[in-house]
Design a protein around this ligand. Structure first.
Ligand code: G4P
Length: 318
């Protein structure tokens, strides 16, 4: 299976703008999708914000498996300089939890002289606008664009001594782990044209049959799902939901869309597509592959340089 790739461009501009903004930031909030915390993180952000206290917000927790959210929160809370909280669009006062966690991370900030300055980041569709809208609607204190970084940068005041800056630019996911590509696609974080629905649905079902067989069986009124292969399950789902074409053949594309839609909207139930341990394994494997690719690239580059030298100085090539 080919790895899903998704680099919509302008990333270097976002990178530059974040690097500029980060200098005057006390805490970086990274909004993650609670159903795929590892995959919805942007590794570039970790590089850009190294050393800054980090608050991981597991958003959309209403859609995620609560037991796994507990595991992820514990995982992040055990990292140095890091705190984690779960949120969802139904939490009535998200500002309170955010402010408390930020002051725990940077206790030396506060008061009018040293206000808390926080940057909020997250890949598209993770719920950043929803959260910012909730925060601004509560306090109606959006202070507008700030000159200097980008015209569109927002500064929101959550308290007299607490400023929240929205990321300048769009932080796209960077996919170095094949499984992350599928999870991001299943969650809705990747543009429709960048992936094949059937492939994504098969990967999704492959995971869900093992980890949430009862929820799948209940939603699609199927028995014996534990014994089904993912293709069989996709077909059974299509048949059950009337996604047929030309007689009794299942329209697999339609069945895939149904499975993905049901997962995204939460009607399948509360599910999480990765545990901290699983993600660590995928990441290690992805990084190993990346390193192997780099070694190959370096060897090709070295070979090219030697050939170039030989062409320029044919006497040395004997
Ligand atoms: P973004 O700015 O990070 O890109 O995300 P945005 O706030 O636009 O949210 C993306 C979708 O996620 C929205 O759905 C929004 O309602 C939903 N969402 C945000 N926070 C939560 C949450 O805590 N729980 C749940 N269940 N949903 C949340 P949408 O408007 O229907 O967009 P879409 O379905 O077309 O992507």
């Amino acid at each position: 299976m080919a790895m899903i790739q998704w680099f919509p461009g302008h990333m270097h501009l976002t990178q530059k703008a974040i690097a500029e903004r980060i200098k005057n930031i006390d805490v970086v909030i990274e909004l993650l999708d609670a159903r795929l915390p590892g995959s919805s993180a942007n590794p570039m952000l970790a590089e850009l914000t190294q050393g800054k206290p980090a608050l991981k917000v597991l958003n959309k927790q209403d859609l995620a498996d609560p037991a796994r959210t507990v595991q992820w929160l514990a995982h992040y809370n055990a990292l140095p300089g890091t705190r984690a909280i779960g949120l969802d669009a139904c939490v009535a006062a998200p500002a309170k939890a955010l402010i408390k966690a930020c002051f725990e991370l940077a206790p030396n900030r506060g008061g009018m002289v040293k206000p808390m300055r926080v940057l909020i980041c997250g890949i598209p569709n993770v719920g950043k606008s929803t959260l910012i809208n909730t925060l601004t609607a509560r306090r109606a204190a959006k202070t507008g664009d700030e000159a200097g970084i980008t015209k569109l940068e927002q500064r929101i005041s959550l308290a007299d001594d607490f400023y929240l800056y929205d990321t300048p630019g769009i932080l796209w996911p960077r996919i170095i782990v094949a499984k992350s590509g599928y999870n991001l696609a299943a969650s809705g974080a990747i543009g429709r044209n960048a992936f094949n629905e059937e492939e994504v649905a098969l990967e999704l079902l492959d995971y869900l049959i093992v980890h949430y067989p009862e929820l799948i069986a209940a939603r699609f009124k199927l028995s014996g799902v534990e014994r089904m292969r993912d293709e069989e399950l996709l077909e059974a789902i299509g048949r059950q939901r009337g996604a047929l074409q030309g007689g009794q053949r299942v329209n697999l594309q339609k069945a895939a869309e149904i499975a993905i839609y049901d997962f995204r909207s939460g009607v399948l139930g509360r599910m999480t597509l990765e545990t901290p341990e699983e993600f660590a394994q995928w990441l290690a494997a992805g990084q190993k592959l990346d390193a192997q690719r780099q070694v190959k690239k370096d060897a090709i580059e070295l070979d090219r340089k030697i050939r170039f030298k030989q062409i320029k100085n044919p006497k040395n090539s004997a």
